[in-house]
Design a protein around this ligand. Structure first.
Ligand code: HEC
Length: 183
């Protein structure tokens, strides 16, 4: 209660600046700011003590984005080889499949902080429908390990038919849970 009235007082002093008040929340270290399903401000590293729900929202978003870009780079290789838009390279095909199957299990870590900053395309539905989100994640884990297993034993020829089913698991989650690109 004491903390809440302090926040109210500080917020009044600073006017209605949402970003300021969420930075204050983060610096108090309650974790409230970044578990709320709203934009978290951030970007200035407020020295939050950490904990499951706290941390620097902008940094958390950037880590998630970098993670997704890794998957994105790998799927481009798989897609283009499967679609005959780039020459088949067995080693590169297997490496791309492995990138996705190795990294896929880690995905939920990047969402557990529930961070949504203005740059983020994560929809609040992710956290409202967490069980469904995790089942879409499981589909990715399964499809990517099936592709890697096929490609390691039978190479490109065996892996190729599994590229579209893998890509469908990306889209299967992005359609409901990824919003439009920020302008
Ligand atoms: C379980 C859900 C889920 C799955 C599966 C998933 N993604 Fe994502 N992805 C998201 C969400 C949510 C975002 C938005 C993250 C943010 O901006 O906060 C995202 C963002 C991205 C981005 C960031 C770039 C941008 O601006 O859109 C890329 C690239 C990406 N995903 C690629 C992939 C690829 C490739 C796969 C499949 C191999 C995949 N994702 C599977 C949920 C998922």
């Amino acid at each position: 209660m004491a903390i809440l009235s302090r926040i109210a007082a500080v917020t009044r002093n600073k006017g209605q600046d949402m970003k300021t008040s969420s930075r204050i929340l983060a610096s108090i270290g309650t974790g409230i700011a970044c578990t709320a399903l709203v934009a978290c401000g951030g970007g200035e590293g407020s020295g939050d003590a950490g904990g499951s729900g706290g941390g620097d929202a902008q940094q958390a978003f950037e880590a998630r984005d970098a993670y997704m870009q890794e998957l994105g780079d790998a799927i481009i290789v798989l897609n283009e080889m499967a679609g005959e838009q780039r020459p088949v390279d067995e080693a590169a095909f297997l490496a791309a499949a492995r990138t996705i199957s190795d990294r896929a299990p880690d995905m939920l870590e990047y969402f557990e902080n529930q961070t949504i900053v203005p740059m983020s395309r994560t929809k609040p539905e992710v956290f409202a429908n967490w069980d469904d989100f995790t089942s879409k994640h499981s589909a990715l884990v399964q499809a990517s390990s099936a592709l890697t297993a096929a490609a390691s034993s039978g190479g490109f020829a065996a892996g190729r038919p599994l590229v579209v089913p893998l890509r469908d698991t990306c889209g299967g989650c992005h359609r409901p849970y990824r919003g439009p690109e920020p302008q």
